[in-house]
Design a protein around this ligand. Structure first.
Ligand SMILES: Nc1ncnc2c1ncn2[C@@H]1O[C@H](COP(=O)(O)OP(=O)(O)OP(=O)(O)O)[C@@H](O)[C@H]1O
Ligand SMILES: [Mg+2]
Length: 736
């Protein structure tokens, strides 16, 4: 170990005596500089260190990347003896131990993944009169074993246990988003080792969780240190899917204009990860999808490439965002310091999750960005899942019911973050109980920097949404939520235990029992994981359309082969696309194509391109085509259904080259809104939803970029007539 710059206090002897020896600030700063090369302590680090060195329990709340590890690493350097660090992940321990060893610090971890030789060496050192080890990392499961507890007790009775640090301490709380039952086993530590300070560390900001952690660990008169959750180096922004021409293209452009930086995109669904990642790759962004659907080898190579900057962006499912329970991904996402941009392709389930996920940007304190793509349909999807989760919980127990209610409340905060026009930063901080002046933001969120643009966007979203509702879009989720028995969905929103994690996560546990239980649950997990729930939603959507279809024989879908796309399913997709086309036709000029054939062409595109990759790809593609139909203009539509001919194999390659349904090539879209205005000829629907004639005469909704371009154009133009026409158009749109 690197020789300390300070005269070290001797190990052993009276606990009290040792703790009474003060460590002045200067001495501690020297240790920081010597061992870690940092000039000064950050935030509350020094206070936490001084507290534990004086023997006091401490609860330390610091934002992600705030430097919590230092709060136990410096005390470990200050005096000989052992600092025990409890950590939820073997991968996380491995990572920290490797980094410490590189700095010449005597650190080790104990886990089932180590060889007996390595373990024996550690035990020998611990058993010796003068252990050289300073930091010993263990999992909560190991702490609970009788063997390890008796070893720890021996170390304690020899006066060699200096501190117990509990990292990610929120995992002990059922109120947190990352509850881990094995953390409950840590409750006994306070009584087992009287006089040894316990340091609980977390970045989880919810006050209820904080109190729960302190109580559950039995901390005595703890020094409670709470740093501000403000991340001044992150610029927060929300983009509105419903008024963007093409969300994929927007995201792609965003990444390109951000430079060749390291980024993370979070999606709710695996299929969206694959789809988006493929789109971005095709458009020149070096990126890869990462989710539980990939095999281990592929996953680790994706992460390796990302860490080594071979890949710029990783598109990951949110299921990998849980800190306490999930495996390597979480580790990588949270140790990569130079992530410059974090995008959420779907609205997160809570402010807590959003904060943690977006917080992975800029851990090195350099300017970074968080961009959330918000869509009303995404919101509905979430609400739908939450509502159904609630109905199941209410059948089982009150406390579960409360948890579901909490999920809904948490989600409301997230919706307010997106739908409100006030400072985003203030909203984040206030949701964690921090009252801050508006000036704190210093124009580092879109609402503060471009207030009128945000207000216009929100107005546009409201108008678009109102019009869509009038046309019958977006009501699907609501009607289904009332009809469906969707009990399986409940688990997704309350990750009460490891059961809700994927198998990789369980393998990270150190507890044999947990592993066995976990494996026993794996069948259930497979059935009730996030993506399966999404599949379930999509199936429900299919059922909805099937039940609408006149020919009920489609209901006989072949259930035997999970991935095979049955003819009945294809038929129901066609029907669904046909419905969407009808609605599009009411909005636009007549397509000049027979609707059923057009639906067939679109369905075939989905099938050709995605069917072979499995059902969920196919489902998501059909769903995104339906979404696309709700915004596409006549030229886009004719281009898409006109070019393709599903029946010839020669066209297959052509189809592959075509942009994905959710991302029609913008270059092809060149229809002026004025042209569209005059071209509208509302058609009576054949069998689609009944639409009032007044709504059928509505002008088409201009896309946001059209709207903005026209605005810009207007500013430049001196042509008075054009200006008047524009004003009239805007007025008309607003009125609708
Ligand atoms: N006093 C300091 N000065 C400069 N850099 C520091 C200081 N303390 C810690 N750091 C650096 O800050 C980064 C984050 O530290 P650390 O991993 O301890 O954060 P954390 O609070 O544990 O974050 P997380 O919640 O993500 O686990 C590391 O690169 C670390 O070296
Ligand atoms: Mg940490």
């Amino acid at each position: 170990m690197k020789k300390s710059p300070l005269p070290l206090q001797s190990a052993g002897g009276s606990d009290k005596k040792r703790r009474q020896q003060p460590h002045g600030k200067e001495a501690l700063v020297k240790l920081l500089r010597w061992h870690f090369g940092h000039a000064e302590f950050r935030g509350k680090q020094l206070e936490a260190i001084e507290a534990v060195l004086s023997g006091r329990d401490c609860f330390c709340l610091m934002p992600t990347g705030g430097g919590k590890s230092m709060c136990y690493q410096i005390p470990a350097m200050a005096r000989p003896g052992i600092v025990l660090v409890v950590c939820p992940l073997i991968a996380l321990m491995e990572n920290q131990v490797t980094a410490l060893k590189e700095k010449g610090i005597a650190a080790e971890y104990l886990s089932s993944t180590q060889t007996s030789h390595a373990k024996n060496k550690i035990h020998e050192d611990l058993d010796s009169g003068k252990p050289t080890l300073r930091l010993l990392y263990v999992t909560p499961e190991l702490i609970a074993t009788a063997g390890f507890m008796s070893k720890l007790t021996k170390i304690y009775s020899r006066g060699l246990l200096n501190l117990v640090a509990i990292d990610e301490a929120h995992c002990i709380s059922t109120w947190g988003h990352d509850f881990r039952p094995s953390y409950r086993k840590l409750s006994s530590l306070r009584n087992h080792f009287p006089g040894i300070p316990i340091l609980a560390l977390t970045a989880t900001a919810v006050p209820k969780v904080q109190n729960d952690v302190i109580e559950s660990l039995g901390l005595q008169r703890p020094l409670v240190l709470k740093s501000s959750f403000n991340r001044p180096n992150i610029y927060y922004e929300v983009r509105y899917k419903d008024i963007l021409n093409d969300v994929y293209a927007d995201l792609c452009n965003l990444l390109k204009t951000s430079g060749n930086v390291c980024g993370i995109i979070y999606c709710l669904e695996r299929s969206a990860c694959d789809d988006l990642s493929a789109y971005l790759s095709n458009n020149g962004i070096s990126c890869a999808a990462y989710h539980a659907g990939l095999n281990d080898k592929l996953r680790s190579s994706v992460l390796d490439d990302w860490i080594s900057s071979k890949t710029q962006v990783v598109v990951a499912t949110v299921a990998f965002g849980c800190r306490g329970t999930c495996g390597v991904t979480e580790l990588v996402l949270s140790v990569q310091d130079d992530v410059r941009i974090v995008c959420h392709y779907n609205i997160p389930k809570s402010m807590e999750s959003f904060y943690q996920e977006s917080g992975r940007a800029g851990r090195d304190q350099l300017p970074s960005r968080s961009v959330l793509y918000y869509g009303v349909d995404d919101r509905r999807k979430m609400e739908f899942i939450l509502r159904n989760a609630k109905s199941k919980k209410s059948q089982t127990s009150n406390s579960q019911d409360q948890l579901s209610k909490k999920s809904l409340d948490d989600f409301t905060q997230m919706v307010e973050y997106c739908e409100g026009s006030g400072c985003r930063r203030k909203k984040i901080l206030e949701s964690f109980g921090e009252q801050v002046p508006a000036s704190l933001c210093n124009e580092s969120c879109d609402a503060c920097k471009h207030p009128s643009l945000v207000a216009r966007n929100l107005e546009e979203v409201t108008n678009t949404y109102a019009t869509r509702q009038r046309y019958g879009f977006s009501h699907i989720m609501i009607s289904r939520s009332e009809n469906m028995n969707c009990q399986d969905l409940s688990e997704f929103w309350n990750r009460e235990d490891e059961a809700s994690c994927s198998e990789e996560d369980v393998s990270d546990s150190d507890d044999d029992n947990d592993v066995v239980r976990g494996l026993g649950r794996s069948k259930f997990q497979k059935k009730s994981g996030l993506n399966e729930r999404i599949d379930f939603l999509q199936r429900a959507e299919e059922n909805y359309y099937r039940s609408k279809a006149p020919d009920k024989q489609h209901l006989q879908a072949n259930k035997s082969d999970k991935n095979a796309i049955a003819d009945a399913l294809r038929e129901s997709s066609k029907q669904r696309l046909c419905d969407a086309l009808k609605q599009a036709q009411q909005r636009l000029v007549p397509l000049g194509v027979e609707l059923k054939s057009a639906a067939s062409i679109l369905e075939n595109q989905c099938y050709e391109k995605y069917g072979k990759s499995g059902k969920s790809f196919y489902y998501s593609q059909v769903a995104s085509t339906v979404r696309w139909l709700s915004t596409a203009d006549s030229t886009e539509l004719t281009n898409r259904v006109g070019i393709s001919n599903p029946s010839t194999s020669a066209d297959k390659s052509k189809q592959a080259e075509q942009p994905s349904p959710s991302s029609p090539d913008r270059e092809q879209v060149n229809v002026k809104d004025e042209d569209r205005d005059t071209a509208i000829k509302p058609q009576a629907s054949e069998a689609g939803p009944v639409i009032e004639s007044s709504s059928a005469q509505l002008p088409p909704i201009p896309s946001f970029s059209d709207f903005m371009n026209r605005r810009r154009g207007r500013e430049k133009s001196n042509d008075k007539t054009q200006r008047i026409a524009m004003k009239n158009f805007e007025k008309k749109t607003r009125l609708k």
